[in-house]
Each structure stands twice: as C-alpha cells, then as structure tokens.
Design a protein around this ligand. Structure first.
Ligand code: HEC
Ligand code: HEC
Length: 300
C-alpha cells in the first residue's frame, strides 16, 4: 500500500469514528431528554390506614394478585428483574426503610404518585413499573397496599439502579421502547372502594388489577405481549378460546400453570403469583370470563 492510500484509509476510519460518536451523542441526548422529562402527577388524596385487617388485605393483594413482590422481592427489599448489557437493567428498588431503601423518605402521597401514575419523587417517570394496571386499584385497596409497604421490616440491600444500555437507549430514542410509565398512565378517578364479592363484576375488578387485561387485551382475546423474544402470545380467554374449560381447569391453570391437557404454561404468565389467590377470587374471575363475548384470537 502506498503512503497516501494509508493516509486516506486512516482519514476514512477517523471520519467513520467521528460519525459513530456523533450518532451515539445524538442517541444519548435524545434518550436522556426523554428520561429527564418531568410529569404532572395529580392524584386524589388518600387515607392510609394502619389496622391489622388493612395490612393483611394489602399483603394479600401485593403478594398474590398485583405482583409487587415479583419485582420488588418477597421481603420488599428489592430485586433485579432482568439484566442485559445491551438493553439495560430493570430492578425493582428496595421499598423498605432499611439502608438502600426508599421507605424512610417516601411519604404516603409519594407512594400514591409512584404506584398510580408512575412518577418518582423528582417528577421523572419510572421505567417498566406497571402503574397503568395499578390505576384501577380502589382507593381503599391502594391504602391497604401502602399500609403493608410501610410496616415491612427494614431490609438493608443496595439494588442496582434500573437503566439503559446502548441498544436500549437507541430503542428509547427511536420511540421503539415504550417503557416510560408516566407518559402512558393518565389520571383516572378511582372507585372509593370495591367490596369483596363473588360476582362477575368483582371478577372484572380482579382481572383489572391483576393485569389480565394488560396482557390478554381489554377484550381478553389475546395476542402478542411486549417482553423478551420467543415469548408465546397471550391466549384467547374469551368463550371462543377457552369456552370448553371448566372452573376446575381455570383453577388449575392459575394455581399450577397447567392446561387441561397437562401442558405447562410459560412462566411469563404469572401463575406463580396467582396461585395465592383465594377460591372466591378465582370463582369471580371464572364468572367474569364466562360473561364476556366470544372473540377470535388476537382481536384484543
Ligand atoms: C414488573 C415489575 C414491577 C412490578 C410488578 C411492580 N414494580 Fe414497582 N418498580 C419497578 C421498577 C423497575 C421500578 C424502578 C423504576 C426506575 O427506577 O425507573 C419500580 C419503582 C417503584 C417505586 C418507586 C421507587 C423509587 O425509587 O422512587 C415504588 C414506590 C414502587 N415501585 C412500588 C410498587 C408497588 C407497591 C407495586 C405493586 C402494587 C409494584 N411496585 C409493582 C418494577 C415493578
Ligand atoms: C404478564 C402477562 C400476563 C398476565 C398479567 C396474565 N397472563 Fe395469562 N397468559 C399470558 C401468556 C403469555 C399466556 C400464554 C402462555 C403459554 O402459551 O405458555 C397466558 C395464558 C393464560 C391461560 C392459558 C390459556 C390457554 O388456552 O392455554 C389462562 C387461563 C390465563 N393466561 C389466564 C389469565 C388470567 C385469569 C389472568 C389475570 C388473573 C392472566 N392470565 C394474566 C400472559 C399473561
């Protein structure tokens, strides 16, 4: 190779490097702008009780119906939910009053804004936390959940911060990864309380707060769900999908993660959480699923 050719190759490489750095800078700036955006977090004021019955109700919901412990750990001391150097880390923070936890600084209304609106204390959005599901909680049930969080034994644990890797930032900047929770969680006026019951209407409430609609669609007819590659689509839960199932079959799916033919459901379907649901809750869900119109798969 002649000297000039070498020089040109060198210049070309330098130019490519500069372009890559500029592109990385643009992606970083665009993703950073999204992450730094602050949100209005209007919520209705809420009374947090501290009696034993409310704490027990809150614990049952948090562990067996609405999944808090799946991402924040059985002891609420925080847990890494997923971690990938390219995409990023999703970790449920330590919610207790222990070292590394947020419990000591959070006031009741800070909890309400984080849980219902996906907004942290500094006004920025949380990532991944499914607040759009929790907006449906009645005021009374949310009060009970916060009562449970506040009495949790302090856990000293430093959990890694949730954040993005380079691919995650590029997807975020391009608008391909819609995981900034606050942007998709509008203020709705929640019901004051929903009495525990065994009706289709109560089943719909449980299906709302347990996220069944979030994954299976509002019409419950199933379809693709956002998540790791290779994930099966959420099934059609309308009579057109599981119309031949009995209540025993549904109970088995929710408690053991098994279909009537004995095949195993993917664990992304959180049956390990739902197996702690009461018989009355499963019955109410059963009545609700029976009551919805049949729809072809994927109609949402
Ligand atoms: C799918 C996983 C997931 C579930 C389920 C979940 N969270 Fe979270 N939560 C997160 C992640 C991830 C963050 C931190 C996001 C961040 O740092 O941007 C978070 C943040 C929070 C925060 C704010 C903490 C802070 O650092 O300011 C609170 C409060 C909270 N969650 C409470 C709850 C409660 C209560 C429930 C159940 C009703 C719940 N979460 C269910 C994943 C989850
Ligand atoms: C995080 C997403 C998610 C949530 C929340 C969720 N599901 Fe699922 N569900 C799935 C996926 C994905 C499948 C398919 C699993 C498979 O094919 O292995 C599934 C499958 C099922 C099945 C099996 C149906 C069949 O034909 O095989 C039933 C029943 C079911 N879900 C009921 C529910 C109910 C009831 C709720 C709420 C209490 C719920 N699911 C909440 C994702 C979810």
């Amino acid at each position: 190779m002649t000297r000039t050719l070498l020089q040109w190759t060198g210049r070309l490489l330098a130019a490519v490097l500069v372009l890559v750095l500029i592109a990385a800078g643009v992606v970083y700036a665009a993703s950073e702008r999204k992450l730094r955006q602050t949100y209005d977090a209007a919520v209705d004021s809420l009374h947090v009780p501290n009696d034993a019955a409310s704490v027990a109700r809150g614990e049952h919901l948090a562990r067996n119906v609405i999944n808090c412990t799946l991402c924040h750990g059985e002891d609420l001391g925080g847990a890494v939910y997923s971690s990938d150097p390219a995409i990023g880390t999703v970790a449920g923070p330590n919610l207790t009053r222990g070292k590394g936890g947020i419990g000591a600084d959070y006031r009741d209304m800070d909890f309400v804004r984080a849980i219902r609106r996906g907004v942290r204390r500094d006004g920025r959005s949380l990532i991944v936390m499914p607040s759009e599901v929790f907006t449906h909680l009645s005021q009374e049930d949310l009060g009970a959940v916060i009562a449970f969080l506040k009495q949790a034994a302090p856990v000293d644990r430093a959990v890694p911060k949730s954040g993005f890797g380079p691919v995650g930032r590029a997807l975020l900047a391009a608008g391909k990864m819609n995981i900034l929770v606050a942007g998709k969680t509008p203020h709705i006026t929640p019901p004051a309380s929903v009495a525990v019951d065994t009706t289709a209407a109560y089943g719909k409430y449980i299906a709302d707060i347990a996220g069944c609609h979030g994954c299976h669609g509002y019409g419950l007819s199933g379809g693709r769900v956002a998540g790791p590659p290779g994930l099966p689509p959420a099934s059609n839960l309308t009579p057109a999908g599981i119309g031949s199932w009995t209540e025993v079959d549904l109970t088995r799916a929710l408690r053991e993660g098994k279909r009537p033919d004995g095949s195993q459901l993917n664990e992304f379907m959180p049956w390990k959480v739902f197996r702690g649901m009461t018989d009355a809750e499963v019955h109410a869900i059963w009545l609700y699923l029976r009551s919805v119109p049949g729809k072809p798969f994927g109609n949402k």
